[in-house]
Design a binder for this molecule. Structure first.
Ligand code: ADP
Ligand code: MG
Length: 466
């Protein structure tokens, strides 16, 4: 299913195409048509699944009709933190670039003067944190009775931060006939109660985590000796079911090597790895998208956000070192309701990493291939040393791309929540994601132990396509 099937206007579709999204995420598919129909709705999906566009896109089309009046915002989006509010505002700017909608951002820690001026003129969308909103409302600077569409975003975090009473108060000041949307990653009882009280017969749209529970991806594990990995890969690429594949490797040196080896075997193959110029990477990715090549060998730098329709196979030539990377890699197939196959080549020495992946996904991957006994003597004589560098020689963790989860918690929260308001881990804000780790010194071509971590992540490959 494409964005065009969701009933959005041409201008919006253009803006969405400009932002580089190939297809709507599951939650977007579930949410957008109902919002356009004016229904109340509860949307439940993990962080990072695209909930923002799920409400911002239809809101732009809804608000396109009608005009704003002074001090009476026509719609309102409540966010728990100013960072999230700012991100939603960015989304409005990005998707609303072919529309003339006015917007005001009411967040703590920012001079109130400009925000009040914007409100005085009248806005189509008010994006606010509850604290600042109540503040202005209390001073009579804002009238809520013209607000016919309310979004309560990140409801579970609102709860963590003690904002539920504020939200109840805000809800009771809005017109009864409004449309209300509530989004949350989880639905603890207080949020269910809130929804029951302030939403009118809401439709419940739930999308599970893309890869972990994506039934559209058939996962397989091929057990193979290290020296037979390339043969196994070629067999897969020649199989009848094969259409096209992204082949992941842990190291850029392997990416290079594998790409040339497959080329010699007659495959139409390209590569994306960190030593390439960005323009070269874009060119390779385009060739893959345009079906000029049907095998793209990639390092993890390409795993996040690569959005190609109809990738039939994801092949892990190496078992990823980080279980999270497995999820990101296999998520390149089985998108938008299509089925996909994810095949991982695993040697006996990969047992530990495979176990970590299965623990994370809660899913035992079906095995095929030769029965490899991970006995000690088996390891010794079967596996040449260079097939896998000893742990110590790998690139130290810090020089890898930092992971979101470990980011410092810099989120500024509104003050009223009190001591129990320790914010949960900050979602990736634009500001947090942009800075790339400093690039390490260039390494010798034959350095096998650099972990292949390709330096800065090119922004065009980032899922944040703005
Ligand atoms: P959530 O609110 O569910 O945590 P966001 O709305 O912040 O998630 O979206 C997470 C990321 O996914 C953002 O970087 C956004 O730009 C990107 N994104 C949203 N929709 C799509 C899509 N259809 N295709 C690709 N990326 C998308
Ligand atoms: Mg969100």
């Amino acid at each position: 299913m494409s964005f065009a099937d969701l009933g959005l206007s041409d201008e919006l579709l253009r803006a969405v195409a400009d932002s580089g999204y190939g297809e709507p995420t599951p939650i977007q598919r579930g949410v957008i048509p109902s919002v356009l129909m004016g229904k109340d709705l509860v949307g439940i999906a993990q962080t990072g699944t695209g909930k923002t566009a799920g409400f911002v896109l239809p809101m732009i089309d809804i608000l396109h009709h009608g005009r704003s009046r002074a001090r009476m915002p026509r719609s309102m989006i409540l966010e728990p933190t100013r960072e999230l509010a700012a991100q939603v505002a960015e989304n409005f700017e990005k998707y609303g670039k072919y529309h003339k909608l006015s917007m005001a951002l009411l967040i703590g820690g920012v001079q109130m003067g400009d925000q009040v001026k914007a409100l005085e003129k009248g806005v189509d969308v008010l994006i606010a944190t509850p604290g600042r909103l109540m503040d202005l409302f209390g001073r009579g600077k804002i009238l809520l009775n013209g607000c016919e569409l309310l979004v309560i975003d990140e409801a579970d975090r609102m709860l963590d931060m003690g904002f539920i009473p504020d939200i109840e108060e805000i809800c009771s000041k809005l017109p009864k006939s409004r449309q209300t949307l509530l989004f949350s990653a989880t639905m603890p009882p207080p949020i269910q109660k809130l929804a029951a009280k302030f939403l009118n017969d809401p439709k419940r749209v739930e999308a599970t985590r893309p890869a972990t529970a994506n039934v559209n991806i058939e996962q397989r594990l091929v057990q193979v000796r290290p020296d037979k990995k390339k043969d196994a890969l070629r067999d897969i690429l020649r199989s009848a079911e094969f259409k096209n594949a992204i082949v992941f490797s842990n190291r850029k040196t392997t990416v290079r090597e594998l790409a040339s080896s497959l080329k010699r075997s007659g495959f139409a193959v390209g590569q994306i790895q960190g030593d390439m110029e960005q323009s070269e990477r874009i060119a390779e990715f385009d060739r893959f998208k345009n079906d000029e090549i049907n095998v793209l060998v990639a390092s993890d730098v390409a795993a996040r956000g690569l959005d190609v329709k109809g990738v039939s196979h994801v092949i892990n030539f190496d078992v990823p070192w980080q279980p999270d990377d497995y999820i990101h890699r296999i998520g390149r197939t089985g998108r938008a309701g299509m089925t996909g196959i994810a095949i991982t080549l695993a040697t006996p020495a990969d047992a530990e990493q495979v176990a970590a992946i299965e623990k994370l996904t809660g899913f035992k991957i079906a095995r095929s291939g030769e029965k490899t006994a991970p006995a000690a003597e088996d390891r010794e004589d079967r596996e040449p040393r260079e097939a896998r560098p000893p742990r110590e020689s790998r690139e130290p963790r810090e020089s890898r791309r930092p992971r979101r989860e470990r980011k410092p918690r810099s989120e500024a929260t509104e003050s009223r929540a009190g001591p129990r308001a320790a914010p949960p881990p900050a979602p990736k804000s634009k500001a947090e994601r942009k800075p790339n780790p400093p690039r390490r010194e260039p390494q010798a071509e034959d350095d096998q132990d650099d972990g292949g971590w390709n330096g800065p992540m090119p922004s065009f490959l980032s899922i944040k396509a703005d």
